[in-house]
Design a protein. Structure first.
Length: 389
């Protein structure tokens, strides 16, 4: 007997299973469907045959959501599409999904309701984390679609998947006040050292510290007054800082203008033909070194002072009050963005300068600053109208 063509088969009743069984052939393999009545079985077979003719037939698969997430992450890493740090961040995001029952479900059995319930379950995380998780799940469905495991991705059907907003309150943007910025700049001018230029660039451009420390001499174009941002510091498998091949995100690759606020800083920087524009003894400067130096400057400038009781030295019997400053270098980026908003810069322009993926990121990150700016502008309007009357 020759091999059966797609669609040929039979319907019979199984006394053992107490079910009707229908069989058909797809790509030379016998497929079975089960139902309580002969009519149900026949309808299932007809539905399968139609999908075969329309090239929409989906074979049964046991791939879980977690299987496909793992497949995506590992393929990206092995293909050098993501750096070690990004790979590790994705693994951390995956852990959140692993703790939910949806991770172990076969992706063919996951409904839009399952996805929406899962997203509601994680709504106590921040908006940025919810977005990362949702993108990871969506990419898993995209992978399943490519592998012909599913017919469609529910994320691609408008209105089917509802990504919730975080239950958390908006994260407060911690930037230096105008007065604190003045104190900081004054302290920088008093104590010039090998790190000073890095702080000037951070507070006057909004560049991430990792981006500044990864600048190569050729990235600083003093002829055309442009800084080319195309990479950042990252860590290798040995947890050592290296110069990455890309920026933190794809939108992070950008050109920003060299203004008169930093032109002298860049011109006077010891720009030897080293791997990086800023370095210490021809070696990469670690971001935590810059952060420690920043805290020391702010402590000297009396900015955000904190007092903690601890042993000054390990073997001391008594504790002493140790003065420190509750700051971190990312505040310099937030300070730049805050001053830009206060000056009236549009969110569209600021988004490009900061290297955000879209304007929504900028608006969501600096919601409180934009709201305060809006209130100030409305007050200006009220004052003007009151003067008229």
């Amino acid at each position: 007997m020759g091999k059966r063509g797609n669609g040929e088969g039979s319907i019979y009743y199984s006394e053992t299973l107490k079910r009707w069984i229908g069989q058909y052939t797809y790509n030379g393999k016998r497929k079975s469907v089960y139902a309580k009545t002969r009519t149900e079985v026949k309808n299932k077979i007809n539905k399968a045959l139609v999908s075969i003719v329309d090239n929409k037939y989906i074979d049964k698969s046991n791939y879980t959501l977690l299987d496909l997430i793992n497949m995506n992450i590992e393929e990206q890493f092995k293909a050098n599409k993501i750096a070690v740090t990004t790979y590790n961040r994705k693994l951390e995001t995956k852990k959140i999904i692993e703790n939910n029952d949806i991770a172990k479900l076969a992706i063919q059995k996951i409904s839009p309701i399952d996805i929406n319930n899962f997203l509601i379950d994680i709504s106590y995380y921040s908006n940025s984390v919810i977005t990362k998780i949702s993108q990871m799940v969506r990419s898993a469905f995209d992978k399943a679609l490519i592998l012909n495991i599913i017919n469609n991705n529910p994320y691609n059907i408008k209105g089917l998947i509802n990504i919730p907003k975080s239950q958390k309150q908006d994260k407060k943007i911690d930037a230096l006040t105008v007065e604190e910025q003045k104190l900081f700049i004054k302290e920088l001018e008093k104590n010039y050292d090998e790190y000073t230029n890095i702080f000037y660039i951070a507070i006057y451009t909004g560049m991430r510290i990792g981006e500044i420390l990864a600048l190569a001499p050729e990235d600083v174009d003093l002829n055309n007054n442009i800084i080319h941002i195309n990479k950042t510091l990252t860590k290798n498998e040995e947890d050592k800082y290296i110069i990455g091949s890309t920026t933190k995100t794809y939108a992070g690759t950008r050109d920003i203008p060299i203004t008169n606020l930093i032109i002298n800083t860049l011109t006077n920087a010891p720009n030897c033909q080293n791997e990086t524009f800023f370095n210490l003894n021809n070696k990469i400067i670690a971001p935590n070194t810059i952060n420690s130096h920043f805290k020391r400057i702010c402590k000297n400038a009396n900015i955000r002072i904190t007092n903690t009781k601890k042993k000054k030295y390990k073997d001391d019997e008594k504790t002493v009050n140790l003065k420190s400053s509750s700051v971190n270098t990312h505040m310099l980026r937030h300070t730049y963005a805050t001053r830009c908003i206060e000056s009236g810069m549009s969110a569209v322009v600021l988004s490009k300068l900061l290297g955000h993926a879209d304007i929504e990121t900028t608006l969501n990150t600096y919601t409180s600053v934009f709201n305060k700016f809006k209130e100030d502008e409305v007050q200006k309007y009220l004052d003007y109208i009151n003067q008229l009357h």
